[in-house]
Design a protein around this ligand. Structure first.
Ligand code: NAD
Length: 336
């Protein structure tokens, strides 16, 4: 029996996490879900977006499945996703992107993995006004050698253990010589220990264009926090959109599995969100727990449903009247 922290999340979160829980249970895996609320839902329940019950639960289970959490734009509370990554030192954000048969997308045969540094860089949200009139604002983009080393080493080891041949480091070391420059310098040093994995260097703006024009040249991509955030949404667009892209936040003591996408307020409450991204996050979680058989069965069932193209949400088939719950039922039917 596994005990897993479940954070249903905001917006489309409760609907897609509900679908994933049903599918995981239908696979026959014995799970006790420890349900806790964070984000806007946490605010409503506890008066704070990150209650101690959430932290206590993850501290004890060391593994969580998390629906997307809304972060107010411009003002309001700070990102709970960032707070969780920081609290549990989840320094790797592993974001695999692959093509699915049956999905009408720009490319087929895409199979690349973005590894995003998850605790440093411009994403840490350290900002301040530089003058009393609040007419100038500044932000901190902190990069450390230790922080760079551990995520870049993870990328090279991941490449080696998964039979991958190339790690591309995406950087802006031509302009950001100290910060991005340090990340690149560390990548060069670590690559010298991995003679079986090629190091490829790309400046981030060129990288964005190359990913659109010729994504097949990429295998494993490692980059700093904000670049990784943007590149992984771009990568999901190559294969059919955010509905298909999962992510894992991994540290030494805990791991949180989620979708790359957010709470999608524009489609919340309509039963039309694609549950695939979070389900693939769930599949990554099962593998993390050593439940490879269950993970493979769920992935096969999902792949079959997507390739048939009938019982899929409308982001995958514009003529489909199938919703989140019905797509989940179709996956369960295939499982059985
Ligand atoms: P979003 O990812 O929520 O949505 C972007 C677009 O993709 C929208 O048009 C949405 O309808 C569509 N989309 C997203 N998920 C989908 C799915 N499963 N099926 C079908 N279509 C889907 O990005 P946003 O609108 O910029 O952000 C909304 C909120 O989510 C913000 O508060 C943001 O901070 C938060 N967010 C949270 C996370 C997270 O929890 N890890 C990640 C990204 C954004």
């Amino acid at each position: 029996m596994h005990t897993i922290t479940l954070i249903p999340g905001d917006g489309i979160g409760p609907s897609i996490t509900g679908a994933v829980v049903k599918i995981v249970e239908a696979s026959g895996l014995a799970v006790r879900w420890d349900r806790v609320s964070a984000g806007v839902s946490g605010m409503e329940k506890h008066g704070t977006p990150l209650d101690s019950s959430v932290l206590d639960s993850i501290r004890s289970t060391r593994v969580a499945l998390k629906g997307p959490l809304t972060t107010p734009v411009g003002s309001g509370f700070r990102s709970i996703n960032v707070a969780l990554r920081k609290e549990f030192d989840l320094y790797v954000n592993l974001r695999p992107v692959r093509s699915f048969a049956g999905v009408n997308s720009r490319y087929s045969d895409i199979d690349l993995t973005i590894i995003r540094e998850n605790t440093e860089g411009l994403y840490i949200g350290e900002e301040r006004y530089a003058d009393p009139e609040k007419n100038v604002a500044e932000m901190v983009g902190r990069i450390s050698r230790v922080g760079s080393e551990r995520v870049i080493r993870f990328a090279f080891e991941y490449a080696r253990t998964h039979g991958r041949k190339k790690v591309t480091v995406a950087h802006k070391a031509n302009i950001l010589k100290l910060t991005s420059g340090m990340f690149l310098e560390v990548a060069r040093a670590i690559s010298s220990e991995f003679s079986d994995v090629e190091l490829d260097e790309k400046i981030i703006d060129n990288m964005a264009m190359q990913m659109v024009l010729d994504p097949h040249q990429f295998d494993i991509v490692v980059t700093t926090n904000l670049f990784g955030d943007i590149l992984s949404d771009l990568a999901s667009g190559l294969v059919g959109g955010l509905g298909l892209a999962p992510g894992a936040n991994i540290g030494k003591d805990a791991a949180i599995f989620e979708a790359v996408h957010g709470s999608a307020p524009d489609i919340a409450g309509k039963n039309i969100a694609n549950p695939t991204a979070l389900l693939l996050g769930g599949v990554m979680m099962l593998r993390h727990l050593g439940e490879n058989e269950h993970a493979a069965r769920i992935e096969r069932a999902l792949t079959a449903v997507i390739s048939e193209g009938k019982n899929v949400t409308r982001d995958l088939n514009s003529t489909s009247g199938v919703g989140t719950a019905e797509m989940a039922e179709a996956v369960i039917h295939k499982l059985k």
